[in-house]
Design a binder for this molecule. Structure first.
Ligand code: AMP
Ligand code: MG
Length: 389
């Protein structure tokens, strides 16, 4: 058996790196930035008022009086030079005029016609956003990074309408098994519905992939061969099931007959021990266990990080968080255990039922509590690692 870390390293070594493409900002959410974004102008591009009020040449005292000489709005500056004793009516976002060094908020003033009086102590803050306070022209947003909503707002403010991102990995997903039917089909008495196929497709899509769910391949050499034909052109082919050493586990013989290089890994983890990895033409191949919860856990622990690396993000394991146990746990055995668990602000609690056939428990879980190999018994309050789901 190899460790989870060793298995992941073997997968990273096989992962092809995607090329890049340029997309409009509206298409860029969730994509991985492949080249730095450079601001074409400063933000704000001019000193701007942060409040509705009056621009003055200097910090005033209570009782000071000023003559209101004009008005500046957002998008429309006042062209003059402000002099001592003068005030300019100004609104949030408007350019602060030449000569002005202070904006008094309107709540601290009283006004009669064009005469302005300071009615209250205006405080120390000048209520002016200096030019370039947010970023200067030439400021960069570095790559690689997965673009979040705030990144898109920043790139837009930098006046950059298109960005260079990693191409989305194309993933073909092959489910195998005579016992499987698609959801909505009429299963025979000995059949079950293909389930993890749909969980994995959603997981890979969320990880930035473009996923094709291929028709279920029956347990025959010919059917699996046909599935690989349909998968042609994918960057990553993921097979589900059919990868043990049973008489009906035909994925490995078929891919080997297709000239693929293939490795088998018995990974010291629970759930999800058997894992296949290889290369078939230009595509990477990952063979996941068929057991629904095993397949999903392996999807989180192995495939999602591989997809991230394919898109140019650092080749690292899924980030872990830490939480205190809400209930004690017995000692763990020789395999890293990914326990279905519920995490809350109070702490983390593993479900009592950890059978890897239970999708109801996985659906209830919002975390995988990670028990290290041979971890001793754990007490209430002990801090443990978890992977958010
Ligand atoms: P296998 O590795 O093909 O022996 O599959 C192991 C177990 O997982 C068997 O009970 C299969 O019926 C089940 N299984 C395989 N593929 C799927 C799938 N796509 N959805 C749900 N269960 C599956
Ligand atoms: Mg099978």
């Amino acid at each position: 058996m190899i460790t989870v870390a060793e298995a992941l390293a073997a997968l990273f070594a096989l992962a092809p790196r995607m090329g890049t493409e340029t997309v409009a900002l509206r298409q860029a959410a969730g994509r991985v930035l492949a080249a730095p974004v450079v601001a074409t102008r400063a933000q704000p591009p001019f000193a701007a008022s942060a409040m509705d009020g009056y621009a003055l040449t200097a910090h005033p005292q209570v009782g000071d009086r000023f003559q209101v000489v004009g008005e500046a709005q957002a998008g429309r500056h006042w062209p003059g030079q402000l002099m001592t004793g003068e005030a300019l009516r100004i609104f949030t976002g408007a350019p602060v005029p030449d000569g002005a060094n202070f904006v008094v908020i309107q709540e601290d003033t009283s006004r009669m016609s064009t005469e302005l009086t300071i009615a209250r102590d205006p405080g120390d803050g000048d209520n002016i956003r200096p030019a370039g306070a947010d970023f200067a022209a030439g400021a960069t947003l570095t790559a690689p990074r997965r673009l979040r909503p705030a990144d898109l707002a920043l790139i837009a403010a930098m006046n950059v309408p298109r960005v260079t991102v990693a191409r989305r990995p194309e993933v073909s997903l092959i489910s195998t098994g005579d016992e499987l039917v698609m959801p909505g089909d009429e299963p025979g008495p000995d059949q079950i519905v293909a389930s993890n196929t749909f969980g994995l497709a959603a997981l890979f899509t969320a990880a930035g992939a473009q996923v094709r769910v291929l028709p279920i391949a029956r347990d025959s050499h010919k059917a699996i061969m046909q599935a690989f034909d349909l998968a042609a052109g994918a960057d990553l082919i993921v097979t589900i099931g059919g990868a043990s050493v049973g008489d009906h586990d035909l994925v490995a013989p078929v891919v080997q007959s297709l000239g693929a290089t293939l490795g088998f890994h018995k990974v010291a983890m629970r759930p999800g021990k058997p894992l296949m990895a290889g290369q078939i033409g230009a595509a990477m191949l990952i063979g996941l266990p068929g057991n629904p919860v095993s397949a999903m856990v392996c999807g989180h622990v192995f495939v999602a990080p591989v997809l991230a690396a394919m898109q140019g993000l650092p080749a690292t394991p899924v980030p872990r968080h830490r939480a205190a146990l809400l209930a004690p746990l017995p000692a763990n055995g020789p395999r890293e255990h990914y326990m279905r668990a519920q995490v809350s602000p109070d702490g983390i609690m593993a479900f009592d039922r950890q059978d890897s056939a239970l999708l109801t428990v996985l659906a209830e879980a919002n975390a995988l509590l990670v028990r290290p190999v041979n971890d001793g018994p754990r007490n209430l309050g002990d801090v443990v690692d978890y992977i958010p789901l």
